[in-house]
Design a protein around this ligand. Structure first.
Ligand code: PLP
Length: 377
């Protein structure tokens, strides 16, 4: 089968290999069969391996849903009665966690920090000192909206110093940037199959400490479908998900994970980095400016500012590229025009070189000045 290859420069779902796409074409199977349960068992253990967790201490729990389901589940399931969540919030994804707290009526502190710099850890520590009832410290590793990478190891160390557990949204970094749950002081992290493991949408997973999940059995059950202990317990008892799993998506994710281990953690990280550098090279040549300082960037997302050119029209540029197999993505910061180019997925520098040929054509055809101009220039 010949499937058209698109280069997705949006922040996930990302470009997949044909072998991952084809892994979904399998004989029909009822997911309650032992054969399927044993597939999931191996897959769950291999997921823990991505973050170098000891499988006697850490487990992974699968859910059917997009990545936000993990945020919802961790927050609503891991908070004992009468305790509080502290969110280190310097981006849209951490803000989402604060919204989840609001929806469940939980007690929380949304520690808002500037989105274009690293969080002030002195303030984090002071907040924990002043609020001994905080049980969950939460943040986002890679804020996909801006491309900022947060210092999780340091935040986790502070959380632990004050007896809190550390929950991190690693959706857009796991299996791309090396993570080690023990060294990085992580109690719970999370991701979705369509990001770092370069598979399909619809499957998400939480990786975390078995003892904390078991403790949570006695915590208030705030959701019927989205409860971590409930899903974990069912997996342990039966090897299955409580409710129908996304069967074909799981086959693709297993193939994606196999390819992850074949490529290797370090080689894959290096590939994302060189794609990122190629994106910068292309943007620099055209005169684009970054939203974030270079040394704060994750190596996975570049947020470039819209030029001050009356002919600039993101939609027109997007549509021109899209027709030619390249997807670019708008920004996620209010009142600030920017677009994003990401180095996720099964792509390499050659794809970026080809993209910039098309992108430059798109600028020329729309009479956008090259190099692009900014008002303060
Ligand atoms: C993609 C992403 C999510 C999940 O978003 P969904 O649209 O629900 O898949 C969560 N957190 C971060 C940091 C992400 O990049």
């Amino acid at each position: 089968m010949n499937i058209k290859r698109n280069v997705l420069l949006n922040p996930g779902p990302s470009t997949t290999t044909d072998t991952v796409k084809m892994a979904q074409i399998v004989p029909d199977i009822c997911p309650r069969e032992k054969e399927f349960a044993s597939l999931m068992k191996g897959f769950r253990e291999d997921l823990v391996g991505i973050v170098h967790g000891d499988i006697t201490k850490y487990t992974s729990v699968l859910f059917c849903g997009s990545g936000t389901i993990n945020i919802d589940i961790c927050i609503n399931s891991l908070l004992p009665a009468g305790k509080k969540v502290l969110i280190i919030d310097n981006g849209a994804y951490s803000t989402r966690a604060a919204q989840v707290c609001g929806y469940y009526g939980l007690s929380y502190i949304d520690l808002k920090m500037p989105i274009d710099s690293l969080p002030d850890l002195t303030t984090v520590e002071k907040t924990l000192k002043d609020n001994p009832d905080v049980y969950i410290v939460y943040t986002t590793h890679h804020e996909t909206g801006t491309g900022l990478l947060n210092p999780i190891r340091e935040i986790g160390a502070i959380a632990h110093k004050y007896g809190a557990i550390f929950v991190v949204d690693t959706t857009s970094s796991l299996a791309m940037i090396p993570i080690n749950v023990e060294v990085d002081n992580i109690d719970f992290c999370m991701a979705s199959a369509q990001k770092g493991i370069m598979a399909m949408t619809g499957l998400s997973f939480i990786i975390g400490r078995i003892d904390e999940i078991e403790k949570s059995a006695t915590y208030p059950r705030r959701s019927y479908y989205c409860n971590l202990y409930r899903q974990y317990e069912y997996f342990e008892k039966t090897g299955e998900m409580n409710f129908t799993p996304p069967v074909q998506t799981i086959y693709a994710a297993i193939q994606g994970l196999k390819e992850y281990y074949q490529e290797g953690e370090i080689a894959k990280y290096a590939r994302h980095k060189r794609v990122f550098e190629a994106i910068h090279t292309g943007l620099d040549k055209l005169g684009f400016k970054d939203f974030l300082k270079r040394d704060l960037q994750s190596g996975l997302v570049v947020a470039a500012l819209y030029p001050d050119d009356e002919n600039w029209d993101f939609t027109k540029v997007h549509d021109y590229c899209y027709k030619r197999g390249f997807t670019i993505y708008p920004g996620k910061v209010e009142n600030k025009g920017m677009f994003r180019l990401c180095s996720l997925g099964a792509i390499d520098t050659k794809d970026i070189e080809n993209f910039f040929i098309v992108f430059e054509e798109a600028l020329r055809i729309n009479n956008i000045k090259i190099p692009v101009v900014y008002k303060e220039d």
